[in-house]
Design a protein. Structure first.
Length: 125
């Protein structure tokens, strides 16, 4: 009988926490919809993405003069003509972490890209 009491207590706690989460999510969605209908900016910008859609996180800011940018640039300069996958492996980073830096360096004309899609290679200028 003791285990039944403990299980009932755990289930009740779980249901209570779940109910609170659903209520908060509902309030957030209603608030978002009302603010959007009124043409106002959402209060919690971190809950919306680049296009203002709920549930999407904004991309990480890229510091073009930061240590990681310098590390990526130096690696490209030492290893010209590599694809993003090879750059990621060589730097021990994920491709999605490198991509914003590559885009930033391309717009600043620090690197050049040749090829299309997965075949794109990068060289330092």
């Amino acid at each position: 009988m003791h285990i039944d009491t403990e299980l009932n207590r755990l289930v009740a706690t779980f249901v209570g926490e779940l109910k609170a989460l659903v209520q908060q999510a509902t309030r957030d969605e209603v608030e978002y919809a009302l603010r959007a209908a009124l043409g106002k900016k959402p209060l919690h910008a971190a809950k919306t993405g680049a296009r203002g859609l709920p549930g999407r996180r904004p991309g990480r800011p890229v510091n073009p003069n930061g240590e990681r940018a310098a590390q990526i640039y130096d690696y490209i300069k030492a290893n010209p003509g590599q694809r993003m996958e090879l750059l990621a492996m060589g730097l021990a980073l994920k491709s999605k972490m490198i991509k914003p830096y590559l885009k930033q360096m391309l717009t600043q004309n620090k690197i050049a890209a040749a090829g299309k899609a997965r075949g794109t290679t990068y060289t330092a200028l």
